[in-house]
Design a protein around this ligand. Structure first.
Ligand code: URA
Length: 210
């Protein structure tokens, strides 16, 4: 498979993903597991943030201690399921700015269109991490990144929980400069665009709708 993609294969992530996929998982379990896995995905997505040094005093001595330096963060959730990854990202980086993009499908052109778009200012100066649990066909994710780039973002990553091979292909062709972090790449898509074996509709499972 082409493209810049990292699959987080840590046993804890894979175990929690199995629990979350099960159709018996309740809304509360699904939400909690997505939050927990989101911490690991965020850990990976932010693993290359630049570090600087600041002088501090410990009770024992002074030292030049590492701090994240010179890169402001923005998290952009693709509504609505992306909000399930937003909470763990903010747990890790509470002062990050937050944006949201809402997409719907134009029933005539069958192409994604945005119905909501609000992002922080100065995106060109931020590491921008776009969040959507399911990278299925890749069309809406690629479109979301188009729009976020138009708003100025230059240093982007895309974080999802599950990806389909076709989605990875479409996305990385459209945006080879945007690394993808995921917990798994599944086998395929069904006729309705659901990831197989997947987990069903991430938004419905997260919010208990259906
Ligand atoms: N969106 C979902 O919520 N689930 C899928 O399987 C594909 C897209």
């Amino acid at each position: 498979m082409s493209g810049n993609i990292t699959v987080v294969e840590h046993p804890l992530v894979q175990h929690k993903l199995t629990l979350l996929r099960r159709k018996q998982a309740s809304t509360a379990e699904f939400r909690k597991l997505l939050w927990e896995i989101g911490l690991f995905l965020g850990y990976e997505a932010m693993s290359d943030l630049p570090l600087g040094r600041v002088p501090i005093e410990t009770p024992v001595s002074t030292m030049e201690a590492p701090v994240i330096y010179g890169k402001k963060l923005a998290f952009i959730s693709v509504l609505r399921a992306g909000d399930g990854l937003l909470a763990p990202m903010l747990e890790l980086a509470p002062s990050a700015r937050v944006g949201q993009i809402g997409l719907s499908r134009n029933e005539i052109t069958l192409k994604p269109e945005k119905y909501y778009f609000k992002t922080p200012g100065n995106l060109d100066q931020r590491r921008t991490i776009v969040l959507d649990p399911m990278l299925a066909t890749g069309n809406s994710a690629a479109y979301a990144i188009d729009e976020i780039k138009k708003a100025g973002a230059r240093d982007l990553k895309f974080v999802c929980l599950l990806a389909a091979p076709a989605g990875v292909e479409t996305f990385t062709k459209a945006h080879p400069d945007v690394p993808v972090v995921t917990a798994a790449i599944d086998y395929s898509l069904d006729d309705h665009g659901y990831i197989v074996p997947g987990l069903g509709d991430a938004g419905d499972r997260l919010f208990g709708t259906k």
